[in-house]
Each structure stands twice: as structure tokens, then as C-alpha cells.
Design a protein around this ligand. Structure first.
Ligand code: ATP
Ligand code: MG
Length: 336
């Protein structure tokens, strides 16, 4: 059992009629890992999460959580996991404490244990003072934090969150990040989250898998993923070029330069290494009497990595998905 993975999937396929949402997904999460599943809308993230959390049957393939089969041993799996689904599902007509208590009862926790755990969780998410207020009066960020707490009532080994900060303002997003970081650092909880926020994966995750069109196309640490894309930096130079001088042709053929483009006086050059490439760029431009007014260097981001692997940026369709369909007052079924 020692080397049993927290999550392991083998050739998971899910079809909805003609739509193949998952096309043979293999992932492995070690215990204690903070794993990010990064992908654009429709990539298959929620479908994968729903299979792992026993809410959906795979069309083919298999998955195990801590060695338990998600289909054949679903009851055991449900006790191991805490889930924060994509749409918020807190009961608005109840207080935070009542929301948590219902879950504690679902999991069969005795009153004393429930009260202790709930007090502890309310403190951890910073909602003790509002715990007797109706959730309807909470902000989106507070509701999200409450949902994280709700997922932890029964002390799961694995926390699974589907786009936990979607639609939150930056401050609330940061508070959720801080909470997740703390859970990871202080309690060695294994965490799987899906996101299409690059900075979220970069800030939190020890491993990142990029999923697109139902397929995992890369898995590595953030650093590893960056390295897998040939190291490149972007240099932006604000210029004033004399008539007849084309800065793009001036720099394009220099050693280490991968690409160059000019837009409204801003020359953007992609170089293998900005430290090595910049002196030659300066020199070539100087020789043509091009005046350099400003220089800015940006290093490779996870967004660049995503574009490299998928050919397009992760679209941030926040406006489309900002509504969480708050109001579904019925507690989720998975915990029963
Ligand atoms: N119940 C369903 N019936 C039919 N098609 C579905 C169903 N659930 C998901 N799909 C389809 O499967 C594909 C993957 O959807 P999924 O919800 O897993 O994507 P996602 O990566 O979570 O996207 P988002 O970032 O928008 O949440 C999409 O084409 C979607 O339309
Ligand atoms: Mg989704």
C-alpha cells in the first residue's frame, strides 16, 4: 500500500453521445501533492473530476483513489475525498454553521466531534464571527471559503476543487489561495484543482497537467513545463527609427533571435536568452541610428507554455461563467 498513488487513472474515456469528453486520460498524483489540471473551457476538466468523485461512470478505462476503485468501491472513495464543485452549492437559507453541520451528519460524525471540527474550520476560514448569519448575506469569496470548509468536515485525505476561484475578485481569490496553501503546508492534504487561471497553477501547484480536447498533453512541475518549451524570453523595445530603417529586418537575423515584430513603435523580439541576445540587438540598432527609448524583458510564463502545447491561450471567459447558480439549496449527494 505504501506506494499507492492518491489518484491513478488508466485510459479513462467518457463519451456523451457523439461528444468524446475524455479521450484516454492517464494521470497519477502522489500523496501530498498539489496537482493542477489546467485547460480551457470544454477541455474535460469537470468530466474527469465527476468521474473521480464517483458522480459519473466512465465509458471505459479505470481510476483508483488511494487504491480504491472509483466504480467498484465508490462508498470508500467518497469517504476519502472532500469536493468543492464548480457551481456553488451552499444552502443560502442556512447559516455557515448549519451548512457544515448537515455535512457532518451525512458523514455520521457524533455531535461533540462535529462541533469541534466545525469550530476549528470556521476559525480556519476566518468566518467565526459570521457563522450564525445566513449564507445569503455572504460575499462570493466567503461562500467559496465556506465550501472549502464543508469539504473538510469529515477530515478527507484528498481535496478536489473544480475551479475554486472562478469569478472571484482578486482579494477573495488571494484569500482562497492562502487557505489552500495552508491546507497543503500544515496538513499535508493531497489537493487536485482544476483551473484556467495560469497564475493560480503557478502560485499553488507542485505538478501541473495541461488538458485540452479530452487529452492530457503535458504533465510536469511548472518549472519543468517551462523548460520543456525551449527557453525563450521576450524583449520589448520602444524605438524611434530613422526613415528607411526597418528595425525588424535589422534584428531578425541576429544569432539567438527567434522572432521579431513591430507595432506602433514597439519592437517585440523573442530571443533564446535575453541576457546573451540583448547586447547584439542594441549594437545592431545603434549601427542603424535607431534610438532606444525603453527596454522591457519578460520571461516565459505558464501562459506561453500553454500556447506552445495547445496553439492558443486559455480563454478567460469569466463573464460567461461568473454566475455560480447560487441558490441550489439542496446539499450535494456524494457525501451520503
Ligand atoms: N452531461 C453532459 N452531456 C453532454 N455533454 C457533456 C456533458 N458534460 C460535459 N459535456 C461535454 O463534454 C465536454 C467537456 O466538458 P467539461 O464540462 O468536462 O469541460 P471543462 O473543462 O470542465 O470546461 P469549463 O472550463 O467550461 O468548466 C464539453 O464538450 C461538454 O459540452
Ligand atoms: Mg468545468
Amino acid at each position: 500500500m505504501e506506494d499507492v498513488a492518491a489518484i491513478e487513472t488508466r485510459s479513462l474515456v467518457k463519451r456523451f453521445g457523439n461528444i468524446e469528453a475524455l479521450k484516454g486520460v492517464d494521470i497519477r498524483l502522489e500523496r501530498g501533492e498539489f496537482f493542477g489540471l489546467l485547460g480551457p473551457n470544454g477541455a474535460g476538466k469537470t468530466t474527469l473530476i465527476r468521474i473521480l468523485t464517483t458522480l459519473l461512470m466512465p465509458t471505459s478505462g479505470e481510476a483508483w483513489l488511494y487504491g480504491y476503485h472509483v466504480v467498484k468501491e465508490c462508498a470508500r472513495v467518497r469517504h476519502l475525498i472532500g469536493v468543492v464543485p464548480q457551481a456553488t452549492t451552499c444552502d443560502l437559507d442556512l447559516t455557515a454553521r448549519e451548512n457544515l453541520d448537515i455535512y457532518g451528519r451525512f458523514y455520521g460524525l457524533a455531535k461533540k466531534e462535529r462541533t469541534e471540527q466545525i469550530d476549528y474550520l470556521l476559525k480556519m476560514i476566518g468566518l467565526e464571527e459570521r457563522s450564525e448569519d445566513l449564507v445569503a448575506t455572504y460575499s462570493g469569496g466567503m461562500r467559496r471559503r465556506l465550501e472549502v470548509a464543508r469539504a473538510l468536515v469529515h477530515r478527507p485525505s484528498l481535496l478536489i476543487l473544480d475551479e475554486p476561484t472562478l469569478g472571484l475578485d482578486p482579494q477573495s481569490r488571494y484569500m482562497v489561495w492562502r487557505l489552500l496553501k495552508r491546507l497543503k503546508d500544515d496538513y499535508s492534504l493531497t489537493i487536485l484543482l482544476t483551473t484556467h487561471y495560469m497564475e493560480e497553477a503557478e502560485a499553488l501547484c507542485s505538478q501541473v497537467a495541461i488538458i485540452d480536447h479530452g487529452k492530457i498533453i503535458a504533465v510536469d512541475t511548472v518549472e519543468g513545463l517551462k523548460k520543456s518549451v525551449h527557453e525563450r524570453d521576450k524583449v520589448e523595445l520602444r524605438l524611434e527609427a530613422p526613415a528607411g530603417v526597418d528595425p525588424v529586418t535589422t534584428v531578425r537575423t541576429l544569432e539567438g533571435v527567434k522572432d521579431a515584430g513591430l507595432k506602433e513603435g514597439l519592437l517585440t523580439v523573442t530571443v533564446e536568452n535575453s541576457q546573451r541576445g540583448l547586447p547584439a540587438i542594441f549594437e545592431a540598432l545603434r549601427k542603424k541610428d535607431v534610438k532606444i527609448q525603453e527596454v522591457r524583458t519578460t520571461h516565459l510564463t505558464l501562459e506561453d507554455v500553454f500556447i506552445h502545447y495547445t496553439g492558443r491561450p486559455v480563454r478567460d471567459e469569466e463573464t460567461r461563467k461568473v454566475s455560480f447558480f447560487i441558490g441550489a439549496g439542496v446539499p450535494r449527494k456524494w457525501g451520503r
